[in-house]
Design a protein around this ligand. Structure first.
Ligand SMILES: Nc1ncnc2c1ncn2[C@@H]1O[C@H](COP(=O)(O)OP(=O)(O)OP(=O)(O)O)[C@@H](O)[C@H]1O
Ligand SMILES: [Mg+2]
Length: 250
C-alpha cells in the first residue's frame, strides 16, 4: 500500500505546492514510484511539473464519476521517470457546485485511489487554499496530513480549522498529521519564536525540519523545475531532502 500524503491548509501561499512538488520529485529521484494528485484549480503543481497538455483532468474525473476511471486521467510527468500526475485545470473550480447534493462527494478520490494504489509507493496530494470539497477529498484519502504553516502571524488559526475538518471526516481520534514550518527567515528571530509558541499545543506534531525562505525555491517555480534540478545545493533543496527523510522515518 502506498503512503498517501495530503498537503493541506486553507491559508493561501504557505508553500503547499512547492512542498508537494519537491516531495514528489525528490521521492521519484530516489526511485520511489510516486503519484502527484493536483486538486487545486490553479493547477500550479500540474504546471510546475511541466505538463502542458492537460485533458482529461480531475475535473473530468469528478464530473463523469464513475464513468471516467482515475487511471485514464493520470499522465506520466514529462521530466521524471518515476512520477505520474493526476492533473488539474481551472475548470475544477466549478466542480464543487456540480458535486453538491451528490452523496459521499468527499469520498470519491479515496475510493478511486484504491484502483491505482498498487502502482505507487507514495501518493502526494496538493490542495487549494480552501476547506471545500477538493480539500475534503484530500483529507478523506490521506494516511498522513501535512500542514504547511508559514512563519508569520496567525499561522496557528488555519491549523485548528483544518484539524476540525479532519476530525469531522476521519473521526475525533484522528491524529496522523504533522506541521511543517515554511518560509522561515532566520533573521526574524522574534517572529519565529512567537510562531513556535503559537504552535505549542501541537509541539509533538511539529516536524524538526523547517523550510527556509529561499529565493531559488521561487525561481524554480518560474522555471518549471523541481528544486533538486534547479539548485541542488541550495538551502531549499537541502531542507526538502531532509523533509523527505523525516517523512520516510514516520
Ligand atoms: N520557502 C520558500 N522560499 C521562497 N519562496 C517560496 C517558498 N515557498 C513558496 N514560495 C513561493 O511563494 C509562492 C507561494 O508558494 P506556493 O505556491 O507553494 O504556496 P501555496 O500554499 O501552494 O499557495 P496557494 O494557497 O495559492 O495554493 C510561490 O510563488 C512560491 O514560489
Ligand atoms: Mg498551491
Amino acid at each position: 500500500m502506498p503512503k498517501t500524503l495530503a498537503i493541506c491548509t486553507h491559508k493561501g501561499g504557505t508553500g503547499k505546492t512547492v512542498t508537494a512538488l519537491s516531495i514528489a520529485a525528490g521521492l521519484a529521484n530516489d526511485g520511489q514510484r510516486c503519484l502527484l494528485v493536483d486538486l487545486d484549480p490553479q493547477a500550479h503543481s500540474t504546471i510546475g511539473i511541466g505538463l502542458d497538455v492537460f485533458e482529461p483532468t480531475l475535473k473530468d474525473f469528478f464530473d463523469q464519476h464513475p464513468g471516467l476511471p482515475l487511471s485514464e486521467v493520470i499522465q506520466a510527468a514529462p521530466s521524471h521517470k518515476n512520477l505520474d500526475v493526476a492533473p488539474s485545470d481551472l475548470r475544477l473550480a466549478w466542480t464543487a457546485e456540480a458535486l453538491s447534493g451528490r452523496p459521499k462527494k468527499e469520498d470519491l478520490l479515496r475510493r478511486s485511489l484504491r484502483t491505482v494504489e498498487n502502482d505507487y509507493h507514495w501518493i502526494v496530494i496538493d490542495t487549494p487554499p480552501s476547506l471545500g470539497v477538493m480539500t475534503q477529498n484530500a483529507v478523506a484519502a490521506a494516511d498522513l496530513i501535512l500542514i504547511p504553516a508559514p512563519a508569520e502571524a496567525r499561522a496557528a488559526n488555519a491549523i485548528a480549522d483544518l484539524l476540525e475538518l479532519a476530525h469531522v471526516l476521519k473521526g475525533e481520534s484522528f491524529d496522523n498529521f504533522r506541521i511543517l514550518l515554511t518560509r522561515v527567515d532566520s533573521r526574524k528571530s522574534r517572529t519565529n519564536q512567537a510562531v513556535q509558541a503559537a504552535l505549542d499545543p501541537w509541539s509533538d506534531k511539529v516536524l524538526s525540519v523547517t523550510i527556509p525562505q529561499s529565493e531559488p525555491l521561487n525561481q524554480a517555480q518560474m522555471a518549471r523545475q523541481d528544486i533538486f534540478r534547479f539548485a541542488a545545493s541550495s538551502p531549499g533543496a537541502r531542507a526538502y531532502r531532509d523533509l523527505i527523510h523525516e517523512l520516510q522515518r514516520l
